[in-house]
Design a protein around this ligand. Structure first.
Ligand SMILES: *Cc1c(COP(=O)(O)O)cnc(C)c1O
Length: 398
């Protein structure tokens, strides 16, 4: 890596020069099956023609104006997203963290409008909401926070997947609950079936906003447009980013019900957010997901991959759990397995390990059945060996 870059990332020693579908080619011409999609960003894979044409066409027409003017593509995108999510309004930003900052500000303003001077938002342990100061505080990871104090006040943390803990943490100052419907960075943690519905009930009882961070889980990945739709509930605020424009930076904070109409003129802003280029790219993404039935496809593919691993790794000691919702898949080992990232890359597959011991797979929604099977077949022996090592020497006789 160049010394001209701040070394905020420990980068793998590979650079890619082009991509096509689920495949990336490195600068030596080697091909890799991309099972990470740039961390759930390139849901349509690389160099998708519909996105490429939308971006190129818009770049030749008009990249940016300003939110001081009407931006028709942004309006169109807002209407599309509201219809898909059952919400009423959208604020467009440029990233997940920024979408979450908008949600945090919205919740605080909601509190102030109700006479609560020091509003508090309930967040979850093991969460990830981004790296800006508000989002970092909501995230709560000690390691990520160390050295960056003082952090803003007004967050209270409870265990994830525990509605009773939420009720117990309530105070006069509480204005909102903010969680991921599935924790992504936290290790693909899928809560119990009744969790989100229980949160919805608690929020209704107290007049709190139910705010969901769908930055990673949204836009079709889990086999629904939004992961909360598996639970059949209606949140008040939903944030999006990653997959929304297949790699063109964009974020969205959507609001409905009591959360609609809170952020008014002058209360929030952005120079780039929802500009014609990003909005046009996002419209192309939504059109393609619709036309190619990729939401349903994500569910089918996810089941195929999870079933494939469950069969291939059945009875392997050192595997704690294989879980997934659509194409948000985690294979949890009994101990640290970060070395698998490099081993998989050497075997021609790009993956991620998160929370220390969870192999995270976020492949593109355009994967073929053959590619899905190849993913399982290539990774199985690597995961099996790592798991057996973790389980200890006795497991080799199994
Ligand atoms: C990636 C992610 C974020 C942060 O998004 P950025 O675009 O990196 O700011 C926030 N929340 C969740 C759930 C994420 O996965």
């Amino acid at each position: 890596m160049s010394a001209a870059l701040m070394p905020t990332y420990a980068r793998l020693p590979v650079a890619f020069r082009r991509g096509r579908g689920a495949w990336l080619e490195d600068t030596d011409g080697r091909q890799y099956l991309d099972a990470l999609s740039g961390i759930a960003v390139c849901g349509l894979g690389h160099a998708h023609p519909a996105v490429a044409e939308a971006v190129a066409g818009q770049a030749h027409t008009l990249i940016h104006t300003s939110n001081l003017y009407e931006v028709p593509h942004q309006s169109q995108l807002g209407e599309r997203l509201c219809a898909l999510a059952g919400l009423e309004q959208v604020f467009f930003a440029n990233s997940g963290a920024e979408a979450n900052e908008a949600a945090i500000k919205l919740a605080r303003l909601y509190g102030h409008q109700r006479g609560i001077e020091t509003p508090e938002i309930i967040v979850a342990e093991n969460a990830f909401h981004g790296r800006t100061l508000g989002a970092l505080t909501a995230t709560g990871n000690r390691k990520a926070q160390t050295g960056f104090g003082p952090l803003p006040d007004g967050f209270r943390r409870v265990p994830y997947n525990d509605p009773h803990a939420v009720a117990a943490a309530a105070s006069e100052r509480t204005v909102a609950l903010f969680v991921e419907p599935i924790q992504g960075e936290g290790g693909i943690v899928i809560p119990d079936a009744g969790y989100l519905a229980a949160l919805r009930t608690i929020c209704d009882q107290h007049g709190w906003l139910l705010m969901l961070d769908e930055v990673q889980s949204g836009v079709g990945r889990t086999g629904r447009w939004f992961a909360h739709q598996h639970a059949g509930i209606q949140p008040d605020v939903v944030t999006l980013a990653k997959a929304l424009a297949n790699g063109v930076p964009i974020g969205a904070c959507m609001a409905g019900g009591p959360a609609a109409g809170i952020l008014g003129p002058g209360s929030h802003g952005t120079t780039f957010g929802g500009n014609p280029l990003a909005s046009r790219a996002a419209l192309a993404v939504l059109d393609t997901i619709d036309a190619d039935h990729l939401v349903d496809r994500a569910e089918v593919l996810g089941d195929r991959i999870v079933d494939g691993f469950r069969q291939a790794l059945a009875d392997t000691p050192g595997i704690r759990e294989i879980r997934g919702r659509g194409l948000m898949i985690g294979i949890e080992l009994g101990g640290p397995c970060a070395h698998l990232v490099r081993e998989a890359m050497d075997a021609g597959v790009l993956i991620n390990v998160t929370a220390g011991s969870v192999v995270r797979l976020l492949p593109p929604l355009i994967l073929t059945d053959d590619e899905a099977d190849r993913l399982v077949h290539t990774l199985t022996p690597l995961i099996e060996r790592a798991a057996r090592q973790i389980a200890g020497p006795s497991s080799h006789q199994a």
